[in-house]
Structures are given as structure tokens and as C-alpha cells.
Design a protein around this ligand. Sequence first.
Ligand code: APR
Length: 244
Amino acid sequence: MQTAATPDISAELRQRFATANRVLVFTGAGVSAESGVPTFRGGGKTATWKGLPFDVISSGAMLERNLPAVWEWFDYRRDLLRSIQPNRAHRAIADWQDRFADLTLVTQNVDGLHQRAGSRSVIELHGNIWRARCVICQTTHEIPLEGARPDACGDCGNALRPDVVLFGELLPPGAFEFAAQRAARCEICLVIGTSGLVYPAASLPEIAKSAGAFVCEINPEPTGLSDFCDAVVAGNAGDVLPQI
Ligand code: APR
């Protein structure tokens, strides 16, 4: 019988994993779920803020209307993250850097947990909650894990906003294009903990597959991408990744 702790990992996946050189790892909110970060579409209570759905409060339109409210929501989310630690899934992915000649990590997450687990050169498609960006000169400023966030741009004095891609906004220039290039040359694409609903990010597995990669999803629930994947491992990322 299959349980969360003994995921059914196919011999083909193990064999491909053992011999691959170029691997693309594509992660979503599910990779941080076992750290205690609620997913967006999993019913976690942070998916709404003061009665507003997350895609309303986290929108470019709200930023135009009410920047302080957007900050309030992101300040709240950073507060939740402060005490949270990377989990076994983040650590397994960080370890893979030394295992594969060419590992690309693309994340939709803004929580910075991949980097805290030791991953380098993370392609952050949706930005990072631990950075602020000037609305005028676009300079980015780190927000410390402890202590207050900067309240104005240190370079030009103008207002700051979260350096996060909000609903209705474009991805950071070049980030998706770079990720797509890497997807087009990988041998294995692991799709971990994402519902695969938000584009263009969700097109990366399609790009990988069209270019001949073996695409494997790791997720306890089926998603819109499951049927299209070459393999699906039904389980929690923290159980599955250390065992592949
Ligand atoms: N391990 C692996 N996957 C998990 C786990 C787990 N322990 N727990 C939950 N999941 C899966 C869920 O089954 C779901 O398919 O993680 C997925 C989370 O989906 P979403 O909440 O939709 O998150 P994500 O796909 O990252 O959302 C994409 O949407 O709201 C925007 O910008 C935001 O980056 C986000 C984007």
C-alpha cells in the first residue's frame, strides 16, 4: 500500500535521475507547505486578507489604489514567515546542486526558503517578499529578516513597493525567457508543488516536454498538469524528494 511516507517512485524516474546531467526543478507553493506556509489555493487562511481574496489584495490594481494596504498584507505575510524554516524538500533541492552538472531551479515562490536552504542562482519568477523596489527608479532594497523594512528608496527617496509580481503585472524582465531557455535544454523537468494554473510560469513543463525532456510531477493532489506529465509521484515533496 502506498502512503505519504513511502511514495511510489518509478524505476524509470530513478534511472533517469541517476543518469541525467541537465535538470530543471520548477516549484510552487506546495514545496513550502511542510514548512507551514499556506498554499494559495489550498484553503489556507492567509488566502484572504480582511475579506479580500488574495488575488485582489495582491493585484497591480490594488497597488495603484492603496499601496499601504498592499504593504500591510505583505508585512503580515513576512511576519508569518519569520519563524518558518526550510523543510526537507528545500534541502533536497539544494543538495542536488552538487549532484547534477547543470541544475536550474525556477520558483514561483516569493518566500526565499530555497535560498535559505542553500540554493544559489534561483530564478524567481514572481519576485521575493524580502525585497522592496522603488516605484520610480526601480532600485531594489533588501528587507531584513528582523527589524523594520525601509520606508523610502535610499537612492531617490521615492515610495517603495514589494518586489513581488502582483496579479495583472508582468514578470521581471528576462526571468521567464531565461527559465524557458533552460527548460528547452533540460533532460528532466521536476514539477513540484504547483497547481500549474498561473501562466506563463506553468508553460515551463510544456516547453521542457516539447524539447524532449522527461517531465515528472510531485504533488499529493492531481493538477491540470498531471495527465500531461510522463510520471506523477503522488506525495508530499518533503517525503518524496529525499527518496528519489
Ligand atoms: N508537497 C507538494 N505539493 C503540495 C504539498 C506538499 N507537501 N502540499 C500542497 N501541495 C500542492 C497542492 O496540491 C497544489 O497543487 O501545491 C500546490 C499549490 O498550488 P497553489 O496554491 O495554486 O500555488 P502555486 O501553484 O505556487 O501558485 C502559483 O499563483 O497566487 C499566485 O503568484 C502566486 O506564485 C503563485 C502562483
